[in-house]
Design a protein around this ligand. Structure first.
Ligand code: TAP
Length: 517
């Protein structure tokens, strides 16, 4: 409390600061919600230069929620320069690591106090079902802030036994230092959670930040900015610039004063970003990209569990999940039974209004994405895969897509190779007992984000874990991520980790100091 008050006092305030801004207010589910729709630069909500806006749409109703200010290149520049000033001369550069942690804990507490409001905003802006938004989108975000708040005063260097310059003596030690201004560019599937995974590690390390959230789901990032002022973060430490990737995102990747770019999104844009980071000022970069994660179901598995978790591996968060199982390989002898049960369970999924607590499956995030899924299904059918369930748009308002199940999928097909990022289960069979063959097929992809295996044979499972080329392996479980465990891909799924202590390294540099005495 003392520290937070010191920081707040330095801003001319004495307690919880309510920042003034032009709010969007509405009543949803008998709750009043209120959030900003402007850029957040240097501790203030401001309009974009030129006042350009982008509408953000509720995918459950297809209605525009509000128009959000759309950052220009100049706006991004202002945000970067504010972050640079905060990093070099501001209060942030003077407070101790532990005090930084206290600010982050305070922010997490405020997120906790406002979690229902955050979950409603996430739900109307991204189509996430409210219960999941509360538990995962917001719940895991809060855990992430607490986890990294705890790291702030535990970031240590080392003392190194170097050869002495005889007759003198030498002492060599390393210091872990923040990099400076960090740019973050995030996707729309878990808007607040992707912000939190990256920004919490980034701030714990002592950097300042400018984030460009996805243009289709920017609202929780702006609500978060409001809470960061309340928590006492000094101006310029956190800046949020909603806008277009090709403009605002690109301006961050190419900015000469941004020293690190953290990105989550598609492999295609990841490649563009890495090239721009290299050409502009060789900024450090980490990329969490697409996936086509294989899930192998052996005939010696617990079939009930494999059906239940196999469905979650694909349909969780309506398939808008980077580690979603993009392809299931099912052993021949249980294949038909597995498919029968999966289809029967898929028919029971409660699709509907994401704010309704009995709904388990909401609308897809936005129209272009829904259309991409419909096209994906068409290509699959055309190539000869068997569509055994779903795959159509529901005849009701909203971007609702009926979860789909494909069987008879062969390795050369589009649906076997390409990511859908939606609720489309893609099932291939493999011959009984062919462990080597199925692992080879599972590895035959340029992606390497996640993978899974269901079997009661522990040695088979561990051999799979050893040989699969993916950053995450789930054995008899799926989607089990945790703030303390490192998360990130191999091959064209990118590099650099989110979460766990390893994530801190993405936002730190090591300085080596040598003294002679
Ligand atoms: P992208 O199209 O790659 O967009 C991601 C972000 O990059 C958005 O904020 C986007 O802005 C921005 N962007 C677009 N072009 C840019 C450019 N030239 N320079 C800088 N930024 C640019 O991905 P998406 O469609 O939002 O998300 C789906 C993809 O993300 C999937 O492939 C999925 O696998 C991947 N994903 C991966 C993970 C992890 S952890 N590996 C997690 C979630 C999602 P706009 O808002 O203007 O598009």
């Amino acid at each position: 409390e003392f520290v937070i008050n010191v920081v707040l006092k330095s801003r001319g305030a004495g307690g919880n600061v309510e920042i003034e801004y032009r709010p969007i207010e509405m009543e949803i589910n008998k709750r009043n919600i209120k959030f900003p729709c402007q850029l957040f630069i240097n501790g203030e909500f401001v309009d974009a230069e030129g006042g350009q806006t982008l509408p953000t749409v509720n995918p459950a109703t297809e209605e525009t929620i509000c128009d959000v200010q759309c950052a220009s290149i100049n706006d991004v520049d202002k945000a970067v320069m504010a972050a640079k000033k905060a990093f070099e001369d501001g209060e942030w550069s003077k407070i101790s690591a532990r005090e930084r942690g206290q600010l982050m804990f305070k922010l997490a507490d405020l997120m906790q106090q406002n979690k229902e409001e955050l979950a409603i905003i996430e739900s109307i802006d991204s189509g996430a079902v409210y219960t999941l938004a509360l538990k995962t989108h917001i719940g895991m975000s809060i855990e992430t802030w607490r986890y990294f708040a705890g790291w702030t005063d535990k970031i240590q260097g080392a003392t190194i036994p170097v050869s002495h310059a005889r007759p003198n003596r030498n002492l060599t030690f390393t210091k872990k230092e923040p990099i400076g201004v960090v740019g973050l560019v995030t996707p729309w599937n878990y808007p607040l959670m992707m912000l939190s995974w990256k920004m919490a590690a980034c701030l714990a390390a002592g950097n300042t930040v400018v984030i460009k959230p996805a243009q289709v789901s920017p609202l929780t990032a702006l609500k978060f900015a409001e809470l960061s002022v309340k928590a006492g973060f000094p101006p310029g430490v956190i800046n949020v610039v909603p806008g277009k990737g090709s403009v605002a995102g690109n301006a961050l990747a190419t900015h000469p004063q941004v020293r690190k770019l953290g990105f989550t999104g598609s492999t295609e844009i990841g490649q563009v970003i890495m090239k721009n980071c290299a050409e502009s000022n060789l900024k450090k970069v980490s990329l969490e990209l697409g996936g086509k994660s294989p899930l192998i179901i052996f005939n010696d598995c617990d079939l009930d569990k494999a059906v239940r978790l196999g469905m979650q591996s694909v349909f969780f968060n309506k398939g808008e999940n980077c580690i979603a199982a993009g392809r299931l390989f099912v052993e021949d002898s249980i294949h038909d039974e597995f498919v029968r049960r999966v289809v029967s369970e898929t028919k029971k999924i409660a699709i509907g209004d994401p704010l309704n607590k009995s709904t388990s499956h909401g609308p897809q995030n936005h129209l272009a994405h829904l259309n991409k899924l419909l096209q994906y299904v068409q290509i699959g059918v055309k190539e000869g895969a068997k569509l055994v369930h779903g795959g159509k748009r529901l005849k009701r308002p909203g971007y609702y897509f009926e979860p789909a199940v494909f069987t008879n999928v062969e390795d050369h097909m589009f649906v076997a190779k390409e990511e859908s990022f939606g609720p489309i289960m893609v099932i291939s069979r493999f011959p009984n007992g062919d462990v080597d063959g199925v692992i080879k097929r599972a590895n035959a992809t340029e992606y390497g984000l996640a993978s899974g295996v269901f079997t009661k044979d522990i040695s088979k499972a561990l051999r799979f874990a050893e040989r699969i080329d993916a950053g995450t392996v789930f054995i008899n479980t799926y989607n089990k991520t945790d703030v303390a465990a490192p998360f990130g891909g191999f091959k064209q799924s990118g590099f650099g980790k989110d979460l766990g202590s390893e994530a801190l390294n993405e936002y730190l540099k090591t300085k080596c100091v040598t003294v002679e005495y």
